[in-house]
Write a protein that binds this ligand. Structure first.
Ligand code: IMP
Length: 203
């Protein structure tokens, strides 16, 4: 049985303003006020697990413990079938350079590895988002949203972020980066995870 959220304040364990605003908007109907990590000067724990849910748990529990508030964290990335699920939890790491993140480099690596394997088309991949709500007493609940699709090359589109320019979601023939931002936000892996979270903890 999923534990329900019964308080009136929820900590969102993210420093990303966009994610915070989106959550605020989605949780308004439930009378919940959200607090961002930046306001609370939260520690950023090391993500040492090899699963999305493992890393989301680390972040949510660290935030709940530090603040005494229920805390929601997320961990996301892309899994590519022909690469055995890579980059997975290392999605952001593939973009890491000494001068910040470079997602053209990360996408080029994904494409090069697929070419080196002569991977057949369509090259199936999934964007995944895991949300974990942790309470200060140590209990947690996890929710996952998956957006299946396939990869294209060359990259297409200027919207979005990360690996969006090479990802065509199932049921569409444009990439996430060619899609209107609101359209993407309505159907994405993140939207799907949030729906599960709301149904589970507020339903
Ligand atoms: P994090 O969970 O915010 O650390 O995200 C991990 C990485 O996954 C990000 O750096 C992005 O590159 C990638 N990612 C997650 N969601 C999306 C998305 O909706 N579009 C493109 N890339 C994404």
């Amino acid at each position: 049985m999923t534990r329900k959220f019964s308080g009136d304040r929820l900590l969102i364990a993210t420093h990303n303003k966009g994610k915070l605003e989106e959550m605020e908007h989605l949780l308004k109907p439930f009378g919940v006020s959200v607090v961002g990590a930046a306001e609370m000067d939260l520690p950023e724990p090391e993500e040492t697990e090899d699963t999305f849910v493992g890393n989301a748990r680390i972040k949510a529990h660290a935030a709940a413990k530090a603040t005494g508030l229920p805390a929601l964290s997320d961990d996301s990335g892309i899994t590519i079938d022909a690469l055995g699920g890579a980059p997975g939890v290392y999605t952001a790491d593939w973009a890491e350079t000494p001068n910040g993140r470079d997602f053209v480099m990360a996408m080029t690596r994904a494409h090069d590895e697929l070419e080196a394997k002569n991977a057949p088309h369509p090259r199936f991949a999934q964007f995944r988002c895991t949300l974990v709500l942790a309470w200060p007493d140590g209990h947690d609940e996890a929710f996952e949203g998956v957006m299946p699709g396939h990869l294209v090359w060359p990259m297409r589109g200027d919207n979005g972020f990360g690996y969006d320019p090479m990802f065509v979601p199932e049921g569409f023939d444009i990439t996430f980066a060619e899609m209107d931002r609101w359209e993407k936000n309505k159907i994405s892996h993140r939207a799907r995870a949030v729906k599960q979270f709301i149904a589970g903890c507020f339903g």
